[in-house]
Design a protein around this ligand. Structure first.
Ligand code: GDP
Ligand code: MN
Length: 383
């Protein structure tokens, strides 16, 4: 899950990374009260999970209460790239001498953590990577070895920052690595990491993506989880305990297992269709789970047809078939359904389904046949 900037800063602060003092505010009055407590000048920052807020007018400096009211009222409710601003973060304004970039993420192909550091911060790192790739100093860290202070120092040296920033940056990067690994993050990004005129280094922005599979190790992440912005479909699926990702297409996809769900999305694309979602019902395929999955997909107005792709393993074919039939008895489904059921006891499953087939419910023998049929039903040109 992606954190809001203010949560990212709380997360950073808990690992000792210096950030500006600040407070969140939902209303204009709260924003003013926060600024009075913090002391002017302050920065008003739109809390939306999208980059480039500064350019979009979502970050403004306020020297006094009058400016604060003006900016906070403009920013609260503002639309930034389709994200509505419901919250602002008011923080003590910093003087900036230089802006840097720092991040850690996983380099899957290298099977190592990748750290990136650049003296060209404050702007889009993708743009730097394109125009001036040498301006990004990279380090690959073996998770078993960890990041030693010695390696961190030579990494910082290779980024050619202002010498005044060296000590502060080394300290912050070691803590950032600790936050990234100990905090089970997939990404920590500080852009900009700033050097102030009086020689201090601190994080002025925070982008943090946490691995939700690690919540069992971090009970405090529940609080972040509760503020997640999901679209309505995702919210409903989440409440039902389903692994669901909303997509833009017209073919609803239900599969058991994330691997099969991904392959199903690929095959639908392959034959010229566009998946409306990715929905993994997990190992089992009980009536309960199947009915929930169908309900979520049925509530998506973009869905024109539904592909149920099940490979029986421990779950047997007849259980799956009974689950589907029972689910169909519970939920009134608008779109035609195409089923591919293979694996353990698939024959028995097919026999059970045979009595229920209609123009709204068909079985196809293979995944490819099923994909073609479901895409044709969605109005796509199945190849
Ligand atoms: P983003 O545009 O969404 O990445 O938001 P940032 O938090 O990175 O802010 C964008 C830019 O606003 C920064 O690169 C700074 O140049 C500027 N900015 C943000 N906070 C401050 C501040 O406290 N003081 C000053 N002078 N500039 C700031
Ligand atoms: Mn930024």
């Amino acid at each position: 899950m992606d954190l809001f900037e203010y949560q990212g800063k709380q997360f950073f602060a808990s690992y000792g990374i210096p950030v500006s003092p600040g407070e969140v505010a939902e209303t204009l009055d709260d924003a003013v009260a926060a600024a009075e407590r913090l002391g002017y000048p302050v920065v008003v920052k739109a809390q939306v999970q999208v980059g480039g807020r500064g350019k979009a007018g979502g970050i403004k400096l306020a020297a006094d209460a009058e400016e604060l009211r003006q900016h906070a009222s403009a920013i609260l409710g503002m639309d930034i790239k389709g994200h509505r601003v419901e919250l602002v973060w008011i923080e003590v304004a910093s003087d900036i001498a230089e802006e840097y970039y720092a991040s850690f993420t996983l380099d899957r192909s290298a099977k190592k953590h990748l750290g990136m550091l650049s003296a060209r911060g404050g702007i889009d790192i993708e743009a730097v990577a394109e125009e001036d790739p040498d301006a990004i100093a990279k380090i690959w860290v073996d998770p078993v070895d960890g990041l030693t202070e010695e390696r961190c120092r030579s990494w910082v040296a290779s980024a050619a920052l202002n010498p005044a920033a060296t000590e502060g940056t080394v300290g912050i990067l070691l803590k950032l690595y600790e936050a990234y690994t100990d905090g089970d993050a997939d990404l920590v990004e500080v852009n900009p990491l700033i050097l102030t005129p009086d020689g201090r280094v601190h994080a002025l922005d925070a982008k943090v993506t946490l691995d939700t599979n690690s919540i069992f190790r971090h009970p405090d992440y529940e609080a972040y989880e509760q503020t997640q912005v999901r679209d309505e479909r995702e919210e409903e699926a989440h409440e039902k305990g389903l692994q669901y990702v909303g997509l833009e297409g017209t073919v609803g996809v239900i599969a058991n297992g994330a691997g099969l769900a991904m392959s199903t999305v690929d095959v639908v694309n392959e034959v010229g269709g566009r998946p409306a979602n990715f929905l993994d019902i997990g190992g089992g395929a009980s009536a309960e789970v199947m009915a929930s999955a169908l309900e979520v997909i049925n509530n998506d107005p973009d869905v024109q047809s539904i592909f149920i792709n099940i490979f029986g393993g421990i779950t047997r074919g007849e259980e799956v078939a009974n689950g589907i039939i029972e689910a169909l008895g519970r939920v009134e489904i608008d779109s035609p359904i195409v089923i591919r059921l293979d694996g353990t006891n698939a024959e028995e499953g097919h026999q059970i389904l045979a009595a229920h087939l209609s123009d709204k419910l068909q079985i196809q023998p293979t995944m490819l046949d099923a994909a073609r049929a479901v895409v044709a039903l969605a109005g796509g040109d199945a190849r």
